[in-house]
Design a protein around this ligand. Structure first.
Ligand SMILES: Cc1cc2nc3c(=O)[nH]c(=O)nc-3n(C[C@H](O)[C@H](O)[C@H](O)COP(=O)(O)OP(=O)(O)OC[C@H]3O[C@@H](n4cnc5c(N)ncnc54)[C@H](O)[C@@H]3O)c2cc1C
Ligand code: SF4
Length: 529
């Protein structure tokens, strides 16, 4: 296969999701020649976007590649390759980490390490991230809310049935608060319709606050070049291994070498680590940026259990249900000194989704239950998610198989605290009068909240990236996806990835690119790092 050389870009960004899309947008329109390489394509606007059978049964938008687990078993990861990355399917719950999450926290089964930056250092970019992604919320209601100003938009109102649930939770002495949600003009003409196919579905009308809508589209309008169907297979370095020179890309059956004085990876925590491992050279035999030996290690993903409170005589007419959080057990559980995690209301489960989960649950032995029976069941259920922190372990890691595929070796930890959270949530739902509480979990195969594989820190022996997400070993290589997390915390990761991408973009603008603060246009040339 012949190789074509491509040059002339000041900055190449690999991946167009939460990290890459945001960073490209933040540096767009300033005279820089920016190229975004995205292995997937744009998600088409089509009827299937909101069809539970297409999304949950046919897995129409899921990545089709297979990874292997630590035991060598193949599985299809819960991830998506397309413009906007996984943000196209997210539930739009955009939390700041709690202030305490930036410090060391003792958990039931171990220690959640401190971050090398404080909440206060990241707070200005959290604020910008919330504005950029249209986040709606209430800064006064959550007992764990870190110090902050008001949200850019008022919270999404609760549906009447959820108001009754919230009253019941308050009667239990709990402090339910509005979920912070990234939605464009919810409930307004032309805005988000507050429908029941949001979490795990792409938005057919582009009113979800995702990286495609909020960043990639406007960045392309501002002059950023986006190549779709462009899979980066290697990061290239100089002969002495001291700097990155560009990337090798496969596109339309051709291999291209794209040169770049400055390279930002944002492939997601698993793929960025795999890419660095795949890029090993004689100078970097263990993979690029891997002098610490930590590339791919400390993979985390949250312990998450989907829960449903069921009552046979209480039909649930709520359409948009995902508006409430309970953080009372976030910092410590009842009667214990350690954290349990968070409980969130979820989008409505559809019968077909319940059947897919049910069929897996019964391990394929009870597949005869018809969809209408599941429909009748879920019409009487209220859906929740219980989520706990996953603690970093060097044995939970991304490696490559001999034929270059991704191997994800992972054993969940902090399981006792999570089980306690599920028990608390079950008690809470029973007190609300639900007859039955159902639970289901993706367990070790949940890759949706992947993070931690290229940890950032101050000590090059104990981290891969510095506090600006620059590789300690390679001065012109940055990584801005979920891989930099030293701990997973127990809130959704997206806003923190976005805030750090904005912080890194500002750093690049000031130091490496030396662009003026407010230049919206111009011809400022990029200087190499
Ligand atoms: C169903 C679902 C619901 C979720 N809900 C929430 C939520 O409510 N709140 C929240 O905060 N988080 C949520 N998440 C998680 C959130 O989407 C991720 O944390 C976030 O998108 C990660 O950002 P990222 O930049 O690390 O990676 P991604 O957003 O996944 O972007 C990575 C991009 O890189 C591309 N890529 C990968 N490899 C290559 C390569 N070799 N060459 C070129 N391109 C490549 C991918 O195609 C992708 O576009 C959810 C995730 C899922 C799947
Ligand atoms: S209309 Fe609103 S609730 Fe429905 S998918 Fe789009 S963003 Fe989500």
């Amino acid at each position: 296969m012949s190789t074509t050389e491509v040059a002339g870009y000041d900055l190449v960004v690999v991946g167009s999701g939460a990290g890459g899309g945001t960073l490209a947008h933040a540096l767009a329109g300033r005279g820089l020649r920016i190229l975004v390489l995205e292995r997937g394509h744009e998600v088409p606007s089509e009827a299937e976007n909101w069809d539970p059978a297409a999304v949950w049964q046919a897995l129409r938008y899921r990545a089709t590649e297979r990874w292997v687990d630590g035991a060598g078993e193949e599985f299809q990861p819960y991830t998506h390759y397309n413009v906007g990355g996984n943000t196209k399917y997210w539930g739009s719950v955009l939390y700041r980490l709690r202030r305490e999450d930036f410090g060391e926290i003792v958990h039931r089964d171990g220690v959640s390490p401190a971050w090398p930056i404080t909440y206060e250092e990241l707070a200005p970019w959290y604020e910008r991230a919330e504005r950029l992604y249209h986040v709606h919320g209430d800064a006064t209601a959550d007992p764990t809310e870190p110090p902050r100003g008001p949200f850019p938009h008022a919270p999404v109102p609760h549906a009447p049935a959820m108001v009754r649930v919230i009253e019941g939770l308050r009667a239990q002495g709990l402090h339910p608060s509005p979920l912070p949600l990234a939605l464009v003009d919810p409930g307004l003409p032309g805005g988000c319709r507050l429908c029941n196919t949001c979490n795990s579905f792409p938005c057919r009308i582009h009113r979800k606050g995702d990286a495609d809508v909020c960043c990639v589209r406007p960045a392309v309008q501002a002059g950023v070049t986006l190549w779709t169907g462009a899979r980066v297979t290697r990061v290239l370095t100089t002969a002495d291994g001291s700097r990155v020179t560009g990337v090798e890309v496969e596109r339309d059956g051709r291999t291209l070498r794209v040169e770049a004085p400055l390279l930002v990876l944002a492939c997601g925590a698993v793929n960025s680590a795999a890419l660095l491992l795949r890029s090993a050279t004689a100078r970097h035999p263990r993979g690029l940026a891997n002098s610490s030996g930590l590339v791919g290690r400390r993979y985390m993903a949250h312990l998450a259990t989907m829960m449903q409170g069921f009552h046979p005589f209480r039909p649930n007419d709520t359409v948009f249900q995902k508006t409430v959080a309970i953080n009372d057990f976030y910092l410590r559980g009842p009667g214990v000194s350690y954290p349990l995690g968070q409980i969130q209301s979820q989008g409505r489960t559809h019968g077909i989704m319940a059947k897919v989960v049910g069929d897996t649950w019964f391990r394929g032995t009870v597949t005869w239950i018809p969809v209408w029976a599941y429909d009748a069941w879920v019409a009487r259920g209220v859906d929740w998610l219980a989520m706990s922190e996953d603690l970093p372990s060097e044995d939970n890691r991304v490696t490559l198989t001999e034929d270059g595929r991704i191997r994800l070796t992972y054993a969940p930890n902090n399981v006792g605290a999570h089980e306690q959270l599920v028990r608390e949530a079950t008690r809470m739902l029973k007190r609300l009068g639900f007859w039955k509480v159902m639970t289901a979990s993706h367990r070790a195969k949940n890759t949706t909240h992947q993070c931690g594989t290229l940890v950032f820190g101050r000590d090059p022996a104990r981290s891969v990236l510095d506090t600006w997400c620059r590789a300690h070993d390679l001065p012109n290589l940055y990584v801005v996806d979920g891989s930099f997390f030293p701990s997973s915390a127990a809130v959704n990761p997206g806003l923190t990835i976005i805030a750090q991408a904005l912080r890194v973009a500002d750093h690049l603008r000031r130091t490496v690119l030396r662009l003026p603060e407010d230049a919206a246009t111009g011809t400022a040339a990029a200087h190499s790092a």
